[in-house]
Structure formats: C-alpha cells, structure tokens
Ligand binder design. Sequence first.
Ligand code: GUN
Ligand code: FE
Length: 454
Amino acid sequence: MVEVTKAILGSYFHAPTYGEITYVQNALILMNTQGVIESILVPGDEDYQQTVEEHRQNNQLKELRKDQYLLPGFIDTHIHAPQWPQAGIALDAPLNIWLDEHSFPLEAKYADVGFAREVYTDLVQQLLARGTTTALYFGTIHKESNLELVKISAEMGQRALVGKVVMDDKEGNPEFYRDESTEVALRETEEFIQEVREYGKNVPQGVYPVVMPRFVPSCTDEALDGLGKLAKKYDTHVHTHCSEGQWEHDFVKERFGKTDTETLRDFGLFGEKSVMAHSNFINDNDAGIYVETGTAVAHCPISNVYFANSVIPIKHLKELEVQIGLGTDISGGFSPSLYDNIKQAVMSSRQLEEGVDTNLPQSERGVPNSRISVAEAFYLATTGGGEALDLPLGLIEPGYTGDFQIVDTQIAGHELPSFNVFDEPEYLLQRILYLSTQANIQEVYVQGRRVHKR
Ligand code: GUN
Ligand code: FE
C-alpha cells in the first residue's frame, strides 16, 4: 500500500560536504504535493512548535520514534537488473568467461517478458527494502523486457533510469545473445527512449531512458557513433562500462590507439548526464576529461574485488574533483546492498593504502594517502549519486526529493550495540553504516510515498 506523507518529524543524517556528516535533531521536514522537500524547521525556529502541532492535528505527520533515524535514500549508480538470479554465482571465473558462460545465457532468457516480470518485481522490492530509492539499471538487449522494468519500478515507487543494452558486434558477442544488427540496435534504442519518455509523464518520481552500449568491446564503431548522436538528440543519460579490468583496458587501447575514456568521449558519450561504471584504470588525463565533461564514475567496490584486477584510487580521483557515485554492480558484486558497498569502499581503500604483499617492505607496499572514511563512502552512496545522475537526490534539503530510509537501531533481535557509550552523532552514524542490517530499515519513502515497510 502506498502512503503519502507531507511532513516528517525526526533526526536525520546527511552529507552536504564530502567527508563531513551533518546531523540535525528533531527536524520537521515539509514536502509539497510532489514529495519534494519545501522547507525544514528545527527546534528554536519561530513557527516550529505551531507547525508541528498543526500537522499532528491533521494526521499529516510521520513522527520518528526514539532510536529511529532518517537517512537519505541510497542511489545505486550501476546495477544489472537481469543478473539478479546470478548474484553470488561463479565469481571465481575471470570476467570474459563469467560473462560468456553465465551472464549472457541468463540475459538471453529475458526475451521472455514473463521471466523479466518475475525477476524484476523481486529485485525492485529487495532494493527498496535495503534503502535504495533510485537505481541506474542495465537492462538487456530486449526492448519489451526493459519496458517491463520501467513499469515495475514506476509502479513500486522506485526512481529508475533504464537502458536498452546495445551489443551489436558479431565478433564480440555470441550469436545467441546480441542485437540482430546495428540498425536494429539503434532503432530500438530510439524507440525505447521515446516510449519511456511518454510513459514517464505520469510517474511522479520519474523514470528515465538511458543510452547504453554494454562496453566498447561489444559494440561496432557505427553503433557507438549512433548512440552518441541519440544521446545528444534526446539529451538522455548515458551509461556504460569504462576501463573496468586489465583486459578491457588493453583491448580498447589496441583497437583505437587511445584510452577507453578518450574513445567514449570521441563518440559523444561523455557529458553531464553520463555515468561510467568502474573506471578503475583511468589516468590523470582521463580524469581531466571526466571533470571537463561532467561525466561521473560509478564506483563498484565489491565487484572490483573480483573483476577489476586493481583497486581504484577514489581519494585521488576526488582530489581531482571527479564526480563519483556508488554501485552494487549486481552481479559482478554479489550484494544488492549499498550498505555493504559502503563498507567495502572503505576496506578496499585501506588495502590500497597499506598494500597487501608482505614480501615488500612496508614503505613500498601500498599507495600512501589512499584511504577513504566511512563518512566519505556515505557521501558516495547519497550526495555523490545525485551529482552523478545530475538529479536533486541524496540530500535532505529544500529542493531535493523526499527520499528517505528510517533506520531503527533498537529493533528486537537486531539491536545495534549502544549501551549508552559512544553515543555522539558521528559514532551513531558509523554504527548504523557498519552494523545495521535490512531488519533495521523500518520504512522507505520516495518523494513522500511510502514504498517499503517492515
Ligand atoms: N563488462 C561488460 N559487461 C559487464 C557485466 O555484465 N558486468 C561487469 N562487471 N562488467 C561488464
Ligand atoms: Fe557492470
């Protein structure tokens, strides 16, 4: 059941500044009829008490209980919806074999819209239950099943950005799973954009079509060029994989004599609304291209453990001012939870800093000054995701969407250990991010509509 809330009273955490956490106690968050935050009143504001009372009396107020906290909804900037049945499967194979033997046969099944409906309904529900209110979805090559994902996420209240995947190269893809031809791939992409735009007119939280070459190795030059032109013509989001692992990185260099970043930019696929998954191998010149064009990185720390052959220097890229969001990369990453990815982002950065090979002296083992904090990783999952998608998401501020998760730290059987020590807000959020589970996420809202309740 969908419930619409116009006012929430509670204490919240968010991250307006990278690396810093803001905690606001007993705030009254007021939303307009579209579920966009209009104003926030705090105790001490002149009309605070009176406005709280008015909303209480009109039965319009959602009041958080003691031990409940409000966090912004999380934003998953890279997830393969069709790979949900593959989560946790065959992760000991290298990427190309994993794709050929598992992902492609699985993705081919989405020719069946009924199968798509079954998987996508479960996935969207599972993501909402983990606090993910917005997702940038890789679909499959099948237009109809992608439209099904659009409709399911829209109906369940999640904000979705969805792409019809293009993989048209006869050399780079198996016969059982590739676009019929370049022409068909481009035509269906264009139809998909138009159909999603039409459908989206009646979706309050928005649903967005995305131009989506799988990655350079699966596409012809003609397709990449055509997709760049479609992105420009319709001013759409663009999403693909860039410089994920050693193989992809070398393959693109060999084929074009330039980096993946330069290649994608030259095909017109970089821009304010472009998000590149992984980007593990980008050099400083590439990073400059991200900044110049407003293109973002979707950092997928769990997936990277398995398929990246490296650890991405997030701290360095943030210092260069690259926009970065966080992604689960289901199912390169096994977990659908951005909480899990927040933790892994921190842990991977620590291993990069310290190094891993004890045959080397400590001073030569790692990359100094690489660690990121859990507050920084929280930024990536919220504010960073909004920046990456170029949408007003991830912050609890006027003008931003009313997307929230209510985390309860004292659910019976899932109490987070407090014992009235380390109760400062900073520690409270750290405890929530490291230790809470799905059970602690009591309710989830997208633009004021309740989309999940335990
Ligand atoms: N590169 C191209 N396709 C894929 C995919 O499905 N998953 C990952 N992790 N990398 C890819
Ligand atoms: Fe991926």
